[in-house]
Design a binder for this molecule. Structure first.
Ligand code: C2E
Ligand code: CA
Ligand code: CA
Ligand code: CA
Length: 275
């Protein structure tokens, strides 16, 4: 039993060490990813459920590592946040998304994710203003997605940054709605333009009347507060139909379109898919 215990501990330690080594390696690699041009943006369409057209896309960061292949943002964004690399990387995302969006039709807007670390910097509004100025993108075509984890605490800093961003004429979306605890108090304090319901609720459509009740209530609240209501993670025609029937304004998910280098599928602009 003693030998077994020791073996288990060693195995556990080996696993831990291996993971720490991989993380260290990836952190180092991430440091040069921007210069080596290993990053690019993929764009996922947001389908407007009333018109059946795509007038917005979300920019999602992609890292193609020469030996590790495609690394998931769920894996490398936390590393980028720990090292502070998210600040230059976030700047690059903002500038690239704004520049690329100027090449699309003028009625298409782009949403960019903002990390908690970027949000903590006083310079964020300046950087957003600079990205708009350099690209010439109309501010109304840029949306910033902010999660509850960014707004963990109600603070003067948070309110100042939010209002400064809003003052630039960009729109602000509350991302991953329903996964944290602070959303409701923030809705009371700040006029978000959009509520993005986390995909964990959407996957329950047709399976849990409890989740359906929550989605209905969230939609009603969003509409009452004049927000655009967007449901994430829409993977089936049934989910899409349910959301449309319940008054949701936008749907995003694999059923509508996967993230791709192309900004959006032209077919959706003709409105075929939802009919
Ligand atoms: P998010 O902002 O909630 O983005 C949506 C995620 O859901 C994306 O994952 C997208 O590919 C995925 N997704 C879209 N439709 C479906 C669907 O129908 N089913 C399922 N299962 N998943 C779907 P992705 O691209 O892996 O990004 C993960 C997270 O990484 C994002 O979650 C966001 O928090 C973060 N992220 C991505 N790009 C950036 C960035 O440029 N800056 C920052 N700070 N964070 C980013
Ligand atoms: Ca997002
Ligand atoms: Ca989200
Ligand atoms: Ca998420």
């Amino acid at each position: 039993a003693k030998a077994d215990g020791g073996g288990t501990v060693r195995l556990f330690e080996d696993g831990m060490l291996e993971r720490i080594r991989v993380r260290q390696f990836m952190k180092q690699e991430l440091g040069g990813a921007l210069e080596r041009e290993e990053l690019h943006l993929a764009y996922q369409p947001l389908l407007d459920l009333r018109s059946g057209t795509v007038r917005a896309v979300e920019a999602l960061l992609r890292w193609d590592h020469p030996t590790k292949g495609s690394v998931s943002p769920a894996e490398f964004i936390p590393l980028a946040e720990e090292t502070g690399l998210i600040v230059p990387i976030g700047d690059w995302v903002l500038q690239t998304a704004c520049r690329q969006a100027t090449e699309w039709p003028e009625d298409v807007s782009v949403a960019v994710n903002v990390s908690a670390v970027q949000f903590r910097c006083n310079s964020l509004p300046l950087k957003v203003a600079a990205a708009l100025a350099r690209s010439g993108l109309a501010p109304a075509r840029l949306e910033l997605e902010i999660t509850e984890s960014v707004l963990l605490h109600e603070s003067e800093h948070n309110m100042r940054i939010l209002h400064a961003l809003k003052g630039l004429g960009v729109r602000i979306a509350l991302d991953d709605f329903g996964t944290g605890f602070s959303s409701l108090s923030y809705l009371r304090l700040f006029p978000f333009d959009k509520l993005k319901l986390d995909r964990c609720f959407v996957s329950d459509i047709g399976r849990s009347s409890q989740s359906e009740a929550i989605i209905r209530a969230a939609g009603e609240m969003g509409r009452a507060l004049s927000m655009v209501t967007t449901a994430e993670g829409v993977e089936t025609a049934d989910q899409l139909a349910w959301l449309k029937a319940n008054g949701w304004s936008q749907a995003q998910g694999y059923f509508v379109g996967r993230p791709s280098r192309l900004p959006f599928d032209l077919a959706y602009r003709k409105g075929g898919q939802t009919e």
